[in-house]
Ligand binder design. Structure first.
Ligand SMILES: Cc1cc2nc3c(=O)[nH]c(=O)nc-3n(C[C@H](O)[C@H](O)[C@H](O)COP(=O)(O)OP(=O)(O)OC[C@H]3O[C@@H](n4cnc5c(N)ncnc54)[C@H](O)[C@@H]3O)c2cc1C
Length: 398
């Protein structure tokens, strides 16, 4: 793993570095009820904090797409009390294969007794399980509550002018984080050459045999296109449809079914049902000089968005949220604890981000899955704050 020298900004650590009075309950204000914000809220609450989550949207729901959760993410979900609900229903494919221009170029058995634990599900399935875990703890989640900024001394600023003081403020408001940007710290963003349409379709035409697998369909002729096929729970099927941004016929919404069906005729029955649905995103990376400023921690995509080539964005977001809660609990100096957290977690995140970026740049997944010791470091990592002995593999449907 590539390691780089750590730079500590001790000046920030002094902002609001006053220890709590003994016995006082510590309080966190969290911007963003996504995977990172909710994981942080639950993990802090488990450790005796009072927490409040602010979500700018009117409803708590995930958009219509699927998600892959590797073993490290599954372990965090177990620590958060959400794993049983996730595993019940999520698809555990028996194999993961890559087909290039119709030919199988890589094949790996997964799940069961294999060392590759990877569940696929709709985002709503994952989100509902985490929300349920938060609700069971009585965590306060405010919708239509938009955060616009934060102050290093421990203040979250809301649209409308309210200022909320806290021992810890968490910016978990995603890749376009307003809270992060309000801090004025350097943030490098990079966009890659491909864009991706994500959509859920009916799985009915694709049953049994290799249709139970996750299949990464690639084509480089007559044009570069990819459909990542992933069965999910309850008869849903996730398509992640990648195309070069410059391919204006393919990298667009609504999708043009004839373009995709001509390259992937075996998937045509589903492609024809997509209509105007789907969400389009461009692969991108966010990189910060520091993940904290005083009492403000920046977590998840707000700190380290990465291309989805290793399916680690949400897994890392939840992992880092959990370790943040562990390290900040009981700390006399919150800003120093946040620097410690970054020093501990950042090398693995940076490594995974760099490898994901390389795979996005080179489109190397088209030659087969890249599940080597470089690519799978995060997936195999035992997250800080989890108990390895408590993790039990769930048989499909259990
Ligand atoms: C194409 C694609 C496929 C992916 N596939 C996978 C995968 O298979 N596996 C995986 O682990 N990861 C995957 N990821 C990455 C994953 O989606 C993200 O890493 C993850 O969603 C990050 O979670 P987050 O909570 O940091 O941010 P988000 O999920 O973006 O959540 C941020 C939340 O904050 C809210 N918010 C935003 N602004 C404000 C504000 N100002 N005030 C209050 N609330 C606000 C938003 O509404 C949202 O609810 C993928 C990403 C992409 C682009």
């Amino acid at each position: 793993m590539r390691r780089r020298p750590r730079r500590h900004r001790l000046g920030w650590a002094t902002a609001g570095a006053h220890p709590p009075a003994p016995g006082r309950i510590m309080h966190a204000e969290i911007a963003g009820a996504g995977f990172a914000g909710l994981a942080a809220a639950i993990a802090l609450h488990q450790r005796g904090w009072s927490v409040r989550v602010h979500e700018k949207e009117a409803e708590l729901r995930a958009f219509g797409a699927g998600i892959f959760i590797w073993e490290n993410g599954q372990r965090v979900l177990q620590a958060l009390g959400a794993y049983e609900d996730v595993a019940r229903g999520a698809h555990q494919a028996p194999a993961y294969e890559t087909r290039r221009n119709g030919r199988c170029v890589s094949y790996q058995e997964i799940n069961g007794d294999n060392p590759f634990l990877l569940q696929t599900m709709t985002r709503q399935h994952l989100y509902s399980a985490i929300i349920a875990a938060a609700r069971r703890r009585g965590i306060e989640i405010l919708t239509r509550s938009e955060a616009v900024g934060a102050r290093p001394e421990g203040v979250l600023e809301l649209a409308g002018g309210r200022r909320l003081e806290a021992d810890l403020v968490i910016a978990a408001d995603g890749v376009r984080s307003a809270v992060r940007d309000s801090l004025g710290r350097p943030c490098a963003r990079h966009k890659y050459q491909d864009g991706i349409v994500r959509v859920l379709v009916d799985r009915a035409p694709f049953q049994g045999g290799s249709w139970e697998h996750v299949i990464d369909f690639w084509a480089f002729e007559p044009r570069t296109l990819r459909i990542l096929y992933a069965p999910c729970e309850a008869g849903r099927l996730y398509f992640a449809m990648m195309a070069p941004r410059e391919d204006k016929e393919a990298a667009t919404l609504p999708i043009k079914p004839e373009v995709w069906a001509s390259v992937f005729p075996m998937l045509e029955p589903a492609i024809r049902t997509i209509g105007s649905r789907g969400r389009y995103d461009i692969y991108e990376t966010t990189r910060l000089e520091s993940w904290s400023a005083g009492r403000v921690a920046i977590v998840g995509d707000a700190a380290h968005a990465l291309p989805p080539t290793l399916a680690q964005g949400a897994c890392l977001a939840m992992m880092n949220a959990l370790s943040l809660a562990v390290l900040v609990t009981g700390a006399a100096d919150v800003p120093a604890a946040l620097q410690h957290w970054e020093a501990q977690e950042r090398p693995l995140t940076d490594h995974t981000q760099a490898r994901s970026a390389e795979l996005a740049r080179t489109r190397a997944l088209g030659a087969g899955m890249q599940w080597d010791d470089v690519g799978l470091v995060a997936a195999r990592h035992i997250p800080f704050g989890t108990r390895p002995e408590e993790f039990v593999r769930r048989p499909p449907g259990a």
